[in-house]
Design a protein around this ligand. Structure first.
Ligand SMILES: Cc1ncc(COP(=O)(O)O)c(C=O)c1O
Length: 313
């Protein structure tokens, strides 16, 4: 399968193995790159335009000029899907990753006779390895651990910009794993308020209402937005507000959201149970509503991928 996948790289399609960027690229030198992660459900991209709008907002803030309009980016994305369609038989969904940097640094221009151009890549990658290993966690829930590594305040590096300067997320992941293998990092801001995970947004449920950190020191997730809309449709009050670890300790239920996993329940926090320590009814009904919205049973799909990924729990 891998041999056939093609990556859009600066206007051309190259095989995945040959999709490389220069060691002098600003992305490598400074982590100076913005990106997006979209996924398909039944091969249909979910909210692609939302993701591209967020990509272009990130490009604007970082002053990276991709030298293509958002419509051209959308066209290139659809073309990438088309070029790769043979690699994804029915039932095999995939993620779509956009990476855009300023290109090689000007000091190294002599290595690039055609001049310095932004680096733009788009690729499709099967979701089996992202979802398969986590399938059982839709039933057991994950363990969230507040890490010593905190979020970088928006005034220093705005997390609303989906960028590749992610060293602090990586450190948080390592700290969470030291607490317990497979634990998931949950970050706080400098005032101790919960912000987000290292690749996901956070929600808790208390007395039948939904609470999520306000959109200030976080990446405003597309899935987070979809869940807030769903809650509205289901008549569940949803509050965007400051939340402390204390609130999580006393929550009835909790979950995280992201493009690939959609909604993932959390049943433990810093070694203690959330609510009764089981996946609760409200997370279940939001997950069902989400599955209905996208036309794919997200838990069943992850289980299917577990077998395909050769994961045994
Ligand atoms: C730091 C961070 N927060 C939240 C999210 C969730 O965003 P989305 O739902 O758009 O995938 C991500 C996704 O990668 C992320 O990296």
């Amino acid at each position: 399968m891998a041999e056939h996948r093609k990556v859009y790289l600066n206007g051309e399609f190259v095989s995945e193995q040959d999709a490389r960027i220069s060691i002098f690229d600003s992305a490598v030198m400074f982590g100076d790159m913005v990106f997006e992660m979209t996924r398909v459900y039944n091969h249909e991209p979910f909210r692609l335009r939302h993701h591209l709008e967020r990509l272009y907002a990130s490009l604007k803030v970082t002053e990276i000029d991709p030298e293509m309009s958002i419509d051209e980016m959308e066209e290139a994305t659809l073309k990438t899907i088309e070029v790769n369609k043979e690699c994804f038989p029915k039932g095999l969904d995939f993620q779509i990753m956009h990476n855009v940097s300023r290109g090689p640094l000007p000091n190294y221009v002599r290595l690039f006779p055609n001049g310095i151009k932004p680096t733009v890549t788009i690729n499709c990658w099967p979701l089996i390895w992202h979802l398969g290993p986590h399938a059982h966690e839709y039933e057991t829930g994950i363990h969230l651990v507040i890490t010593p590594q905190q979020s970088v305040p928006a005034r220093f590096l705005d997390p609303k910009v989906k960028n590749r300067s992610r060293l602090y997320y990586q450190i948080a992941n390592l700290q969470a794993e030291k607490f317990e293998k497979n634990a998931s990092a949950l970050l706080t801001d400098e005032n101790g308020f919960i912000t987000e995970g290292t690749g996901n947004n956070f929600f808790l449920i208390k007395d039948g209402e939904l609470f999520t950190p306000e959109g200030r020191n976080i990446l405003r997730g597309v899935t987070r937005g979809a869940v807030i809309e769903l809650a509205d449709e289901l008549g569940i009050p949803c509050h965007e507000t400051n939340l402390e670890p204390y609130d999580l300790a006393n929550a009835d239920e909790a979950f995280i959201t992201s493009t690939t996993i959609a909604i993932m329940p959390a049943t433990k926090f810093n070694g203690m149970e959330i609510g009764d320590g089981k996946v609760g009814p409200m997370v279940k009904s939001l997950t069902d509503a989400f599955s209905e919205m996208v036309g794919v049973d997200i838990v069943a799909q992850a289980k299917e991928y577990m077998e395909e990924a050769g994961v045994s729990i």
